[in-house]
Structures are given as C-alpha cells and as structure tokens.
Design a protein around this ligand. Structure first.
Ligand code: SAH
Length: 474
C-alpha cells in the first residue's frame, strides 16, 4: 500500500539539520539544505571534496568521526545517508526514540519524513512528491513546472511583499485589497516585474491604487503577441503567459488552433482573418476593436502569426492605440523566416556565402504598382520573401535583371514548422513554376541565395517537377 504524507515546510531557523554520511547521497542533501539557509552538521569519518569545501567555507559544521547518539539527540531533523544498513537503521531508531524527525535516503520504510523534488523560486517554493511511487514521474512534473514558472517569480513575490504596506494604507476595504492583488498579478504590472522591468510594476501598481481608491474601473491594455510560425511549442514563455492572462484574444489566419488551445479557457476570442466567402476585417476595423475592448477595461492580446513587427502591421496598430491613449506593449515571436530556416537546417547567413539577410515582401505598398527589389541584388545576400507566391515570376525576373545568377538556389517552404510542411527547391530561373503548382495553398516563403545549398533538402521536391506534374493532372 502506498504510504500517505502530509506536506510541511521546515523552518530552517528552528534548529540544526544533521546529515550522517559523507558520500554522494549526503552531498546532494547538504547542497539543498545549504541553499535553503539551514544550519547543517555533517558527521562522517570521511567526506567528498564538496562537503570538505563547504566546511572550509564555514557554511557547515563537519565532524570527521562516526556518528554518536548525542549528535542525533541535538538535531531538529536527521538525514541518514551513509548507505550502510546498520548505521542508517541505528540513526533512524535513535532519532525516533528522541522524537527527532528522520529521513533515510531511499528507505521510506525507515523514515518519518521524505524530501520532495522542488522548484525553487525563493521565496516561492514548489514541492512535489509521488510518495515514492515514481520518482521519475515526479521529476517530469518538476520539469514541467520549472518551464511554466518564470525564473523571476521570486522577484515578483518580493515585489508584492514590498507593496503590502502601501496597499493596506491606500485601500482600507479588504475586498478592494483583494481586487488589487488579483488585478495586479494578472496584469501588465506583474508582467513587467517578471520581465525585469520593476518600473513598469511600480507604475501599474500606482495606477491601480488610484483607480480602485477612486472607485473607477481599471484601465484596459493591449499586448501585441507574436504567435510564431505555427508550431505551438515555438511560442515564447512570455507569450504563453500573456495568452493565459488575456480577457480578449484577437487573432488572424496564421495563428493555428494548437496555439489558441494554450489560451485562457474563458477568454473571448475573435477571429479577424480572411475566411472563404467572407471579407477579412480592414485594419481600421481591427484597430477600432482593439481600442473598444481596451476601453472596456479588458486585457487584450492581439495575437499575430510570426513576429508582430515583421510584415505584421504591428506598427500601425501601435500608433492607433497610442492616439487613443491606450497602453500597449509587444512580445516578439519567431518569424516565419527563422522558423523555416530552422526546419530546413538552412543558415540564413554563413561566412563567405551570405553576409546579409533581408526580409522582403512582394506585396507592393499602397499606391505603388510594383515592389522594388533593387536592394536584393547583392550575390552574398540571402533574400527571404514573404507573401511572394503569386509574384514569383516578377521576383525572378526582377532579381535576374538586378544581376543575380539564374542558377542561384531557391527554396519555397509552405506551412513551415507545421506537420504539413512542404519544401520545393530549384533555381531563381525556375521560380516562376511556383505559380502553376495549384495545391500550394498554405502560407509560403521564398528563400533565395547560395545558403540554400547548405540546407538539408532530403525531404524537398523539385519545383519544376511539381509544376509539371500539376500540368499533367490538369
Ligand atoms: N508576421 C509574420 C508574417 C506575416 S505576413 C511573421 O513574422 O512570420 C504573411 C506571410 O508570412 C505569408 O504569406 C508567408 O509568406 C509567411 N508565413 C507565415 N507563416 C508561415 C509558415 N508557417 N510557413 C511559411 N510561410 C509563412
């Protein structure tokens, strides 16, 4: 039968922790105890170098001799880690006789307490135990918690502690104080502290205190969040946190369902991308929605494929929000170019091959007939073209006219990083064939430059063959 445990945290000021043994098991426990600020007494006839070093630095007391019953009686807790059955059993029995809590490493049957796996964000401490049923499972859980908790969580706890008196002073009503903490911890102030911007935290706290003490509704806010190229696990941890905090999520076509699955369940979601038979929302309309939702007091996440600032119109949204006096910040995402490059093991720059990389779009700016590709002429430049599929012929002709070799290698990557990723390769001269591949309907990038020859193209198809096949079917 599985043993049951009740978790408690031991106050390290309340006594001495005795570690019996000087080997590897002992040192692991000593490390944890020292990190927790405990007073540690190690008793062992011989100890490994790390324990000797702790003793030299006066961080522990080391008695180089066999353990005595008086050592055990004087301790608040005992960890027996000699690995010698008779010694460990004796320690356990003596400790129990003196009412001292004892743990024998890997012997829950002899122990009155066990030591959990921990995630340390002091003063926040997460302890995990599988009650000995599966240490590996406990470790997996620990890794998952490690990954989801910001490394700066401890800083946030300290920040909150520093704020408590002021909050109590400004808000006498207990309900309002609770509202303050909920809004603060869910909002951009906490995000600021976690992102090493304590000034943002202070500013947010001040604003919130003003708002609540005047009985006003808290101000909303918008964060532009880069959703990455498609695969959900290419989101940044910061983007994930924003998604889990959002009241409202406004997203477009390039954001996949796997990414949305990570958002807060009860967030209001609005799709503003193109859909079959329906017009997409105009940029003005999207700006209007962002402003309205923020004015209503919501935390709005504007979720965009890739990075918000790479052909994402992030700049336009920011200036509209600024004009409306709404606070906005930006969380970067992996842009399609770097996502695709990684998927193909394609270095975008490479010594002697490419010393410039350009992200360009084949879409002309409003009021202009054609995009200008003169900046992409340099043969040692990698050109990554976004939204270029339908303009492949123009791109090919323009770059060749600029002097790039027709045999410059080219890769077209559709649905980069997603399960249905497709790679087509050929030369700059072949590029126009792209337009006759009818089933190339997903988002696609065109990468032009000698670095393409460095890529792993084992799963690629030939551009010209794919186009020819298509014609044969037609
Ligand atoms: N802000 C986005 C780009 C938006 S423009 C970013 O940083 O990635 C839209 C274009 O991005 C598409 O037409 C396509 O060229 C490219 N794109 C976006 N996601 C892609 C993907 N998974 N695979 C290939 N191209 C992609």
């Amino acid at each position: 039968m599985t043993q049951s445990y009740f978790p408690i945290f031991w106050n390290t000021d309340s006594g001495t922790a005795l570690v019996v043994g000087g080997g590897e098991d002992a040192v692991r426990k000593v490390r944890l105890l020292v990190a927790a600020g405990a007073r540690v007494h190690v008793v062992a006839p011989g100890a490994v170098a790390e324990i000797e070093a702790y003793a030299d630095e006066d961080r522990i007391t080391l008695s180089r001799r066999p353990v005595q019953d008086s050592d055990i009686a004087a301790a608040a807790i005992v960890i027996a880690a000699t690995g010698i059955d008779t010694v460990d059993s004796h320690c356990a029995a003596t400790a129990q006789a003196h009412g001292v809590k004892v743990n024998v490493v890997d012997r829950p049957d002899l122990s009155t307490f066990i030591v959990p796996s921990i995630v340390d964000r002091s003063p926040i401490l997460v302890a995990i135990s599988s009650a000995g049923t599966s240490p590996v499972l406990a470790r997996r859980i620990r890794e998952r918690i490690e990954a989801t908790l910001s490394p700066n969580l401890g800083k946030l706890a300290e920040f909150a502690a520093g704020l408590r008196d002021r909050v109590a002073e400004r808000l006498s009503d207990g309900r309002k104080r609770r509202a303050f903490w909920e809004l603060f911890l869910d909002g951009y102030g906490a995000e600021g502290v976690l992102g090493n911007r304590p000034d943002t935290g202070r500013q947010a706290a001040d604003e919130l205190l003003d708002t609540l003490s005047r009985d006003e509704k808290p101000k909303g806010r918008v964060t532009l969040v880069g959703a990455g190229p498609g695969a959900a696990d290419l989101l940044t941890l910061r983007a994930l946190r924003a998604l889990q905090r959002a009241d409202v999520i406004i997203y477009d076509a390039l954001v996949g369902p796997d990414v949305l699955d990570l958002a807060r369940r009860d967030a209001f979601r609005l799709y503003v991308g193109k859909a079959k038979g329906r017009h997409s929302y105009s940029q003005d309309r999207i700006n209007g929605i962002l402003i309205d939702e923020a004015r209503r007091g919501s935390y709005v996440v504007r979720l965009k494929g890739g990075d918000p600032f790479v052909f994402g119109r992030g700049g336009e949204e920011i200036s509209a929000l600024r004009d409306a006096d709404i606070e906005v910040d930006v969380i970067p995402g992996i842009t399609a170019a770097t996502g695709a490059a990684a998927a193909l093991r394609l270095p975008l720059t490479q010594r002697d091959v490419a010393n410039v990389v350009s992200f360009a779009t084949a879409h002309p700016a409003a009021g202009q007939a054609e995009p200008d590709f003169s900046a992409l002429a340099d043969p040692k430049q990698t050109a990554v073209i976004y939204m270029g599929k339908t303009k492949a012929s123009e791109i090919s002709a323009a770059l060749i006219k600029q002097g790039r070799r027709p045999d410059t290698p080219v890769a077209v990557i559709e649905n980069a990083t997603l399960p249905d990723q497709r790679i087509l390769t050929g030369t700059l001269g072949d590029l126009p064939a792209v337009t006759s591949i009818s089933d190339l309907t997903g988002p696609a990038l065109i990468v032009i430059g000698d670095v393409v020859s460095e890529a792993d193209l084992s799963t690629s198809e030939s551009l010209t063959e794919a186009a020819a096949k298509d014609r044969a079917v037609a």
